[in-house]
Structures are given as C-alpha cells and as structure tokens.
Design a protein around this ligand. Structure first.
Ligand code: ADP
Length: 174
C-alpha cells in the first residue's frame, strides 16, 4: 500500500491544489490531504471550514481523505503511515523553498520521500491569496476555484462588508 500526504494551508483550496491532489491520487493508493492547523499566515477560513471545502472539492476522488494536523509535517506523515510527502511547484521560488524543506525533513525523517509535481500551465499563476483577493473584490473566480469555494467566498465577502462596511484586502503573499 503506497500512501502519501499532501500538506498545506489550503486557505482555501483552489483548482491548482485540486489538480495536484487528483494527480497524486492517481500515483499513490491513498492520499491524505493534511490541512495545517496553525500556519504562520493570516487565515481567512477556520480549520473546520478549510477541511469542509477541501472535502467538497475532492469528493469525486475516491482514494483521498482530508484531515487537519498540527506540529511537524513529517510526524503527521509517519502517523498517517505515509511513505511520501507531495508538494506542488509553480515557480522557481517554490522550488527553492521546497528544496530547503525537503532537505530539512530528510534530516528529521529519512524514510519519508518528497515528491514534487509541476503545476499545469493554466494554474501556474494561481494561489489561495490571488483567489481570495479577486473574490473579495467581487471578481469572477470560476476558472480558479471549485464551486463550494466560490460560494464560501461570496458569503465571506457579504460578512466582511456587513462587519466593516468595506472588504479589507488580505495579504497577497502565500
Ligand atoms: P503552504 O502554506 O504549505 O504553501 P498552500 O495551501 O499555499 O500551503 O499550498 C500547498 C501546496 O500546494 C504547496 O506545495 C504549493 O506549492 C502547492 N500549490 C499551491 N498552488 C499551486 C498551483 N497553482 N499549482 C500547483 N501547486 C500549487
């Protein structure tokens, strides 16, 4: 049984993530999408909401499960019985970061392999921050995000407008 973990913040999941998860699920027998509980980022969605949106987005892929984790990603991979950690690459800066993380994680857990999949060209520009920024400013994100996420961001926009009268911009950096 080959099992992999695909960890990330997924705030929220978008079509680039769905593509990496679907392609990984075709390589491995089981894929566990790990939603990192407390990243050093400002989050728009709660952990529960991020899990729920990822589950809805990936419901068509039978060998994928979604769960939250905290602490070290390699510890989560070990607990999940995974042999590999999957990540997605868009640009050179992603590679530099993933390379550093892969070497660090190898020091911590030599038996866990790192597998990086290249993005599809149509998703190369896509990040959760871009999706949030466009959606919260009222733009069309139908080519960027799954249906559940589109609905959740419309609700979030209404909520934020009610609270503050204006939609605050989120950081554009992932
Ligand atoms: P993290 O905070 O761990 O970077 P993200 O939710 O931003 O979490 O991303 C999770 C993973 O998905 C990372 O490996 C990231 O590089 C990858 N990823 C993000 N966007 C895309 C995309 N458009 N195409 C391919 N991979 C992507």
């Amino acid at each position: 049984m080959r099992r992999a973990v695909y960890p990330g913040t997924f705030d929220p999941i978008h079509l680039g993530h769905v593509d990496i998860a679907s392609r990984s699920a075709a390589i491995f027998d089981e894929l566990v999408v790990g939603i990192y509980d407390r990243p050093a980022k400002n989050l728009l969605f709660s952990t529960e909401a991020r899990i729920d949106l990822a589950r809805q987005a990936l419901q068509g892929v039978p060998n994928v499960q979604v769960m939250a984790y905290s602490g070290l990603t390699v510890a989560f991979a070990r607990q999940s019985g995974a042999q590999a950690i999957v990540r997605g690459l868009r640009v050179i800066s992603d590679f530099e970061w993933e390379y550093q993380m892969a070497l660090t994680n190898r020091e911590l857990a030599e038996e866990i392999e790192f597998v990086c999949l290249m993005t599809r060209q149509e998703y190369a520009f896509l990040s959760s921050s871009i999706v949030k920024e466009v959606a919260l400013l009222g733009g069309d994100i139908s080519c960027m995000a799954p249906l559940a996420v589109i609905g959740a961001l419309i609700e979030k926009r209404k909520e934020l407008e009610k609270q503050r009268g204006a939609v605050p911009l989120v950081s554009l950096r992932d």
